[in-house]
Design a protein around this ligand. Structure first.
Ligand SMILES: Cc1ncc(C[n+]2csc(CCOP(=O)(O)OP(=O)(O)O)c2C)c(N)n1
Ligand SMILES: [Mg+2]
Length: 803
């Protein structure tokens, strides 16, 4: 017996030890039964926490109200130990139960063992985050939890160090919260891991990360994942040294119950007190059921490894320790594990019934309609088809909703059309489908955006007001002076990014503001776009109002995974129970060169649905969007037009107050011949072209869509098209990119095709990236002459005798 284990016996309370032992057994039984449920076809996929039970029980003991978790799919025992997850909920997750009251973590929208705890009430107001144990919502991409973890920890630093924030006592207890993370050994190979580790060391934040080292990432062993095969060995350079703050590195064994309890007690105390980041490298971890239900580990683990895993099983080891310490007798432990197994089985039964019952009720109602209403008349063939479908449906042993809907829709096609009774059947079936589709829609198709009263779409717009002699000043100063008001108005507002602190931004739109508001509010960061995003997500989840800056639109590529997988899905994947109202500020569209002039808008809009996308044409509009967004609770990106910082704009009187509504297109010039639709930097070029066209007798109606998502809520473009009958969509994206998106919105979704007198057209950038220099730009992106020709040719085609 290990010396460490031996001496520990006296220190622990027997009841607690036995409760922990029971919980470990319960969790293991759930994993075993859960796997079986998938292999017998009752559930679709399963991934479990077997082998990690003892680590998580020890970890959970240090987790207090107000703390935060950002973990991954192995954490079921941790969640159970904190009282945030129970054995019936385990099955709700596994089956994908969509009832958000009984399956609150995800309402069936994500794989099992992906957790979350609401940060808002159903009306959108913030919960008291200091009175609950908080878990951010898990995502499946490996290491995807890391950037967000940085932000969760960073919030504690801000809440502690910025005294003005001490008043927000339901968001934080003056920063005394720890952000706990977990990650598998193999996922430490990801860039996100290293970027986060470095950033948390630089920032010195209370981040406590556990690495569960089970030696494998699915089938690939550590030697292919980690230099020297040991994450703690290679993290050594990050360790604290006198005068050089870094990390606390701690090591434990996955089977060592008393050792792990001490390890976490010691490490978390330092982390919480000193805001010192800690990495717990937990070795000797097993994975007794293999990676997931998608395969079996016998295929890739050696006989020897498999044998070692059996011997090192943490529950077996804990049992040995309890016996050797004389804490309890074997019979007592046997009865505890039998009890745990019985609970797991009972929970499976309950969970299955709760999953199946509503579906069966839905099916019964359908079958009843068919039985009562079928006409059994002369239309023999159709009637037989209806009977067959109905019989097949009744025979499905474990129905899912798809079975019901498929049957109803197929029967509808076969309802006879000769007698009155059949009319009844048709009507009732249509009614059944409508009602149940509405209900299924609530389960699967809601909450992509905030539907509560806190939605940014409900913010009342306020136009910019101008004095008679309003001066014209460079656009960057409008942004700066607007920010000045915002930082005074919103104490929870912070902004951070590369070069925006000391020098006030590469375009000086924050000039002088760090000096005025302090480094904790306007903060330079390292060059690390993915974790700038994650930092923002974590802060936003904790009730702050972050604006994360990405220096150029092109560099958002580094963060697109986090933006798309994490931020854009947060509200949807928690079925509306969590918000992360992060604002991302960036600039783009025009300059020179392949990596500084991109306008990859279709990449964005097609991968970040769930995040609003604002494309202001000037800095007054940009400022107006920030003002609006800070009044609502939605994540959004604002892309400032890169060539507009020095251009002069009229200075509004109501800086910080005027608000531009999202989704409202603006007609910038009225015209009768053709509708020209664009956004962002191209607006100015379109204005120039419209002037040239007017000189040639062509009257263009120019529309700035202002935001790509949401898109033209009031169908202003459609109304214009009704008048002109011709439309050209213009931007700097690739062919088939955002112009195609806009065309689909107007022509298909809004029904614009009915009003076309000419074929609708698009004018875009070239397929390649824009080349360097002004000429590179001229020949890569649409210019005023291109627009002139495109419009002129459309008019010539339509009215050849005139042009
Ligand atoms: C970005 C990404 N790449 C690959 C995968 C597929 N995948 C899921 S889990 C996993 C292995 C992770 O291993 P590790 O981090 O050691 O965690 P463990 O499952 O062993 O606990 C892989 C490759 C993924 N989910 N995300
Ligand atoms: Mg692993």
């Amino acid at each position: 017996m290990d010396q460490n284990l031996k001496s520990a016996g006296e220190k622990f309370n027997k009841d607690e030890i036995l409760a922990d032992y029971r919980l470990a057994n319960l969790s293991r039984s759930l994993s075993v039964i859960g796997r079986r449920e998938v292999l017998t076809g009752k559930a679709k996929f399963g991934i479990f926490g077997d082998g990690k039970e003892i680590i998580q029980i020890a970890l959970a003991k240090q987790f207090r109200n107000g703390d935060w978790r950002s973990g991954y799919y192995r954490d079921q025992t941790w969640m159970m130990a904190m009282g945030l997850y129970n054995s019936v909920e385990f099955f709700h997750q596994l089956y994908g139960n969509t009832d958000r009251d009984i399956n609150p973590g995800s309402a069936g929208r994500v794989f099992n063992n992906h957790f979350s705890v609401p940060n808002i009430n159903p009306d959108g107001t913030w919960r008291d985050l200091t009175k609950q144990k908080n878990s951010s919502s898990d995502i499946s991409p490996t290491a995807g939890q890391m950037p967000r973890l940085l932000g969760l920890a960073y919030a504690s630093k801000l809440f502690r160090q910025n005294k003005e924030l001490h008043q927000f006592s339901t968001l934080s207890m003056q920063g005394n919260e720890v952000a706990f993370g977990s990650i598998g050994d193999a996922s430490t190979s990801e860039g996100h891991f290293w970027e986060t580790i470095n950033a948390a060391g630089v920032l010195q934040v209370p981040m406590a990360l556990s690495v569960y080292d089970d030696g494998y990432g699915i089938s690939v062993p550590k030697k292919y994942q980690t230099t020297k095969g040991s994450i703690s060995d290679i993290l050594k350079g990050f360790e604290d040294e006198p005068g050089k703050p870094g990390y606390l590195l701690m090591k434990g064994k996955g089977w060592d119950y008393p050792g792990l309890i001490r390890l976490y007690e010691e490490g978390i105390e330092i982390c919480r007190r000193d805001h010192k980041p800690v990495v717990f490298h937990i070795e000797d971890v097993t994975q007794p059921l293999g990676h997931s239900t998608s395969g079996s580990h016998e295929r890739y683990k050696s006989e020897e490894r498999l044998k070692w895993e059996v011997e090192s099983d943490p529950i077996k080891k804990m049992r040995e320790w309890i016996l050797s310490e004389g804490i309890a007798a074997a019979e007592e432990l046997d009865s505890l594990s039998a009890e745990a197994e019985a609970e797991a089985k009972e929970s499976r039964k309950k969970g299955w019934e709760m999953f199946q019952n509503p579906i069966k009720i839905e099916r019964d109602a359908l079958v009843k309609i068919i039985n009562d209403r079928s006409c059994r008349c002369v239309e023999q063939v159709k009637e037989a088809a209806v009977e067959d479908i109905n019989e097949d449906l009744k025979k499905v042993l474990s129905p899912i909703r798809k079975d019901n809907f498929m049957a109803a829709r197929k029967i509808l096609r076969n309802v006879c059309d000769t007698c009155a009774k059949a009319d009844n059947l048709k009507e009732e079936l249509q009614g059944w489908l409508k009602r149940n589709y509405q209900d299924a829609g609530k389960s699967y198709n809601t909450n992509l955006y905030n539907e509560m009263s806190t939605s940014v779409l409900k913010v009342r717009p306020v136009p910019p007001e101008y004095s008679e002699n309003a001066p014209e000043i460079p656009g960057r100063q409008i942004l700066r002076d607007n920010y000045d008001r915002l930082f005074s108005k919103y104490p929870l507002l912070v902004t951070f990014g590369e070069d925006l602190g000391h020098i006030g931004g590469v375009n000086q739109s924050l000039e002088g503001l760090q000096k005025k508001f302090g480094e904790l509010r306007i903060t330079d960061t390292g060059i690390r776009e993915a974790t700038i995003l994650g930092q923002g997500i974590g802060l936003a989840l904790r009730g702050m109002r972050p604006i994360a800056e990405i220096q150029y639109l092109d560099y958002l590529m580094y963060a697109i995974q986090i933006l798309s997988d994490d931020l854009a899905t947060t509200h949807y994947r928690t079925a509306g129970r969590m918000i992360a109202p992060l604002i991302i500020s960036t600039r783009g569209h025009r300059l020179e060169g392949i990596w500084h002039s991109g306008s990859p808008m279709s990449m964005l809009i097609n991968s970040v649905r769930g995040v609003y996308v604002c494309t202001p044409r000037d800095m007054t509009r940009a400022a107006g969007f920030y003002n609006t967004l800070l009044e609502g609770s939605d994540p959004a990106i604002v892309i400032e037009p890169l060539n507009g910082y020095r251009l002069k704009e009229k200075l509004p009187d109501n800086l910080g107050e005027f608000k531009i509504a999202l989704g409202i297109a603006e007609i910038l010039a009225e015209g009768t011949d053709l509708t020209l639709v664009t956004y962002g930097s191209t607006v100015r070029i379109a204005q120039e072209a419209a002037g040239q066209l007017a000189a040639h007798g062509i009257s263009v109606e120019l529309i700035d869509v202002q935001t790509l998502v949401p898109f033209d809520i009031n169908m202003i473009i459609l109304n214009s098209l009704k008048k002109t009958g011709r439309i050209l969509f213009l931007d700097e994206d690739v062919p088939g990119g955002t112009t195609a998106y806009m065309m689909q919105e107007v022509i298909e979704r809004h029904g614009g095709w009915q009003f076309l007198d000419s074929a609708p057209k698009t004018l875009t950038g070239k397929e390649h990236r824009p080349a360097y220099t002004t000429d590179g730009d001229y020949f890569s992106k649409p210019n005023a002459e291109d627009i002139f020709d495109a419009v002129y040719n459309m008019m010539k085609e339509a009215v050849p005798q005139k042009y």
